[in-house]
Write a protein that binds this ligand. Structure first.
Ligand SMILES: [Zn+2]
Ligand SMILES: [Zn+2]
Length: 92
C-alpha cells in the first residue's frame, strides 16, 4: 500500500455530491473520499474500513409478507416489527 500519496490527489469519487453540502471553507483536510451513503473520509483506508460496514449491514430482513425492509441488527428488526407489524401493546 502506498503511503503519503494522498497529498494532492483527487480521485473522481465525489462527483457533484459535495455541491449540495455546506462545506466550511476549503482546507487541506477536505474529505476526498466519499462513500455512496454520503459519508466523507480523508483517507482511502478510512473509507474502506467504513465500506466494510456496508457489507455487513442489512443482514436482518423482515419476514413480514409484503415488507422488504432490512436491518443492521436483530434489535432494529424487532423494534420495526413491533412498530409496524404488531398492534401496540401499551394499552391494557
Ligand atoms: Zn457509507
Ligand atoms: Zn417489516
Amino acid at each position: 500500500m502506498p503511503i503519503g500519496t494522498a497529498g494532492g490527489y483527487r480521485p473522481r469519487v465525489g462527483q457533484s455530491l459535495l455541491r449540495d453540502q455546506a462545506i466550511n471553507g476549503r482546507r487541506e483536510t477536505e474529505p476526498k473520499y466519499i462513500c455512496h451513503c454520503g459519508q466523507t473520509f480523508t483517507s482511502a483506508s478510512h473509507l474502506r474500513d467504513h465500506d466494510e460496514r456496508h457489507r455487513n449491514e442489512m443482514q436482518c430482513p423482515c419476514d413480514a409478507s409484503g415488507c422488504s425492509m432490512r436491518f443492521n441488527t436483530k434489535g432494529d428488526l424487532r423494534s420495526h416489527i413491533r412498530n409496524k407489524h404488531q398492534a401496540p401493546l401499551t394499552r391494557r
